[in-house]
Design a protein around this ligand. Structure first.
Ligand code: HEM
Length: 171
């Protein structure tokens, strides 16, 4: 039987990257590695993280992340959202978390010789009635070849904006 490329059972072919997100291709892929979390109100912890950043041919990148505690191996934080480019040097990011928190960010994008960097600050942090108090979040992401590093600061639970997370992930 000859293969019919457009039959309903055929896997869909991957669409080309939308030109508006071409410069964000540095972020695409499956990333995994280890991070460390701190905050004055909690005990420091280390975690393993898996990140997927993909596209469907539209002018955004889809992002999802999940983590496990480095010692207990139990699931920790997870989140998912979208990177939305604004021209060649600005980015919007929207992220939802199972903890009842939604972050909306705006920031800048820089292409570098071997990757890219993003510096994002929240414009809105929306909370469900039972979520913990989070007032603002900043996220900075650097990609150098197949290494991604990031830092996350937050103002939360009555504390000033300060460091919560940093991680190193490989592609
Ligand atoms: C890699 C991602 C993250 C990991 C692994 C992580 C992990 C943790 C852990 C283990 C705690 C200690 C208490 C608990 O187990 O709930 C914690 C507390 C907290 N995290 Fe995160 N977190 C992550 C991202 C975030 C983000 C993105 C936000 C906010 C937008 C956030 C906000 C908080 C808050 C508000 C607390 C509570 C502090 C307190 O109770 O005093 N976390 N996080």
């Amino acid at each position: 039987m000859s293969a019919v490329s457009d039959s309903p059972s055929s896997p869909p072919s991957a669409p080309p990257l939308h030109p508006d997100v071409a410069h964000l291709a540095c972020l695409l892929g499956q990333w995994s590695g280890k991070g460390r979390g701190v905050y004055p109100t909690i005990e420091s912890f280390e975690y393993y993280e898996q990140v997927t950043i993909g596209h469907v041919g539209k002018p955004f990148l889809a992002y999802s992340q999940k983590t496990r505690h480095a010692i207990t191996d139990l699931p920790l934080h997870a989140e998912s959202g979208y990177f939305r480019p604004v021209g060649s040097d600005r980015v919007e990011l929207v992220i939802a978390q199972p903890t009842g928190i939604v972050e909306m960010h705006e920031g800048v994008f820089h292409a570098t010789e071997q990757g890219c960097s993003l510096a994002l600050a929240s414009t809105t942090v929306a909370l469900t009635p039972t979520a913990q108090q989070v007032d603002s979040v900043t996220r900075s992401i650097q990609v150098h070849d197949d290494l991604m590093t990031y830092e996350l600061d937050m103002a939360a639970v009555g504390q000033e904006l300060q460091h919560h997370l940093s991680a190193r992930l490989g592609r």
